[in-house]
Design a protein around this ligand. Sequence first.
Ligand code: ATP
Length: 374
Amino acid sequence: MTNKTDPTGDVRLTGIAKTYGDFTAVHPLDLTVPQGSFFALLGASGCGKTTTLRMIAGLEEPSAGTVHLGDQDVTALPPYKRPVNTVFQSYALFPHLDIFENVAFGLRRRGLKSVRKQVEEMLDLVQLGEQARKKPHQLSGGQQQRVAVARALINHPKVLLLDEPLGALDLKLRRQMQLELKRIQTEVGITFIHVTHDQEEAMTMADTVAVMNAGRVEQLGSPTDLYENPGTTFVANFLGTSNFIEAEVDSKSGDDIVLKAGGGKLVLPEARCSAPASTGGKVLVGVRPEKISLTHADDAGEIPEGRNRITGRIADSSFIGVSTQYVVDSPVCPGFEVYAQNIDRDPRLVPGAEVVLHWNPAHTFGLDAAQSVF
Ligand code: ATP
């Protein structure tokens, strides 16, 4: 086990970049991954996350910048001399060796003779102690992936790099393995850097997520922070669904910004606004669909004071068991999405009904209105 607060094991990327001819896959990037954290590089296909991971592994030579592991500059070191190991989506197990020997491989290559205790401990860690004498093809995809993790951890790397390791698994197994990998990481306490395009996966597993877009880190933060306080429309949309209203700054009131939208007013906590908010300026106001309540217009008088509210008409509704998804057309935002839990469902809330959408101002975030809402 390693000390989670030891800064000497931090992974530090300084000005790291990768170009292929005229094409820049990764723009100069500064990033620190604290030792002992579960860190995710999240982004759509082609955004540069695998290239970044491969530069940490030493599998790709950076065009500029340095990679440090603690105090050690490893930029010029070949992969096998770095205290890191990589787990790939393809498992890459040796088909002719049994599970025990697959995991023992790294130890035997170092010339160690008595490997039993270490291999058994590692197999117990990934809960495959009973499968030691099976061959890889006799295991499920999830079990094979756990063998790959055990094999990568056996030499106690300082950092484990995971390149879409769950990409080949079906959804149910993927979810199980997300929790399993998180448990393993917590138990061994080493740094995991995980590449994925799946926002739910990154949010489930990681302490810190770097959202990448077109070769740059667009935002870095904890899953809740990124979800609650996205700094750009890209991040807001990549991590879930968001509604946007273009509003104009009217005034400041204590810690809040008061905005004009259509004929009404909206309140936005200043701390949740990443845009400059001078009077008369434009701000893109965002609110997540599940934060919004929907009240039939006839009952508007029952809505508590102090909530942000806009009016609209239900355009569409889809019952999906636990909740109903509504699309509401409002003068300030066509196609507003609302996810409402089906507790005390109001039977009047059907397409065509006039409604008031309302939410706690604390759940509002403000973005620079110059961005596109894609
Ligand atoms: P994916 O999830 O599809 O693997 P990614 O975010 O991991 O995507 P990278 O594999 O890092 O993306 O690739 C980033 C960009 O660099 C892509 O546009 C890719 O086509 C390009 N690229 C990667 N390797 C090379 C190479 N050897 N030569 C030229 N271009 C490359």
